[in-house]
Design a protein around this ligand. Structure first.
Ligand SMILES: Cc1cc2nc3c(=O)[nH]c(=O)nc-3n(C[C@H](O)[C@H](O)[C@H](O)COP(=O)(O)O)c2cc1C
Length: 176
């Protein structure tokens, strides 16, 4: 039986929900990552930065913009030693300025993805998958990067069943 790893970054706290800033106990992407686990099983790994981003939404967007401009690799609280035990790897994250938050790349670039199957899940507020697939190809050399899924972040709270059904349908088509 193939083994799944679900890597995710997700920001708790102030978030944009249907045009308003609300405080959420769990980030949108975390909910989606858990839905992958619920549907197909696997180990979850949360990417957490040593230095937290601002609680304030707008300040956080500026911090993220600066990291992208600097092509930064923010330090993480923990890294994975390797992904040797896994066949399938899901990389889940919010869209930040068109791609994953840069801490996701801090993790990916330390790992050897040769021979692995990789898929992206991105939550967003309009940008869809952005450049995430291209970035997965770049940061996971040697992996077969499949068709990812974009989930509208505000739907996670508003229409949880629809989000779960979309994720299940996507997974069903992957032939894990
Ligand atoms: C720093 C930052 C940058 C963002 N940039 C984008 C963007 O470029 N395009 C987009 O559609 N949404 C953008 N968003 C919205 C998030 O992608 C969206 O709210 C997502 O569901 C948040 O996921 P999370 O709760 O798991 O962190 C941004 C949010 C933040 C905090």
């Amino acid at each position: 039986m193939s083994k799944n790893l679900i890597v995710y970054y997700s920001r708790k706290g102030a978030n944009y929900v249907g045009g308003n800033i609300r405080s959420l106990p769990k980030g949108n992407t975390e909910v989606c990552a858990e839905l992958i686990q619920k549907s197909v099983g696997g180990d979850l790994f949360e990417v957490e930065t040593v230095k937290p981003y601002s609680e304030d939404y707008n300040t956080c967007t500026e911090e993220a913009k600066a990291e992208k401009a600097a092509d930064a690799r923010p330090a993480l609280k923990a890294y994975l030693d390797d992904v040797a035990a896994y066949d399938n790897i899901f990389v889940c994250g919010p869209c930040w300025w068109g791609t994953y938050p840069y801490p996701v790349f801090s993790l990916l670039e330390k790992l050897d993805f040769t021979g692995k199957r990789v898929w992206g899940l991105m939550t967003h507020e309009g940008s869809g998958l952005g450049s995430s697939r291209r970035d997965l190809v770049r940061f996971c050399p040697g992996a077969a990067v499949g068709e990812g899924i974009a989930i509208l972040g505000s739907e996670v709270l508003r229409a949880p069943e629809s989000v779960e059904n979309k994720i299940k349908a996507w997974l069903a088509g992957l032939e894990l």
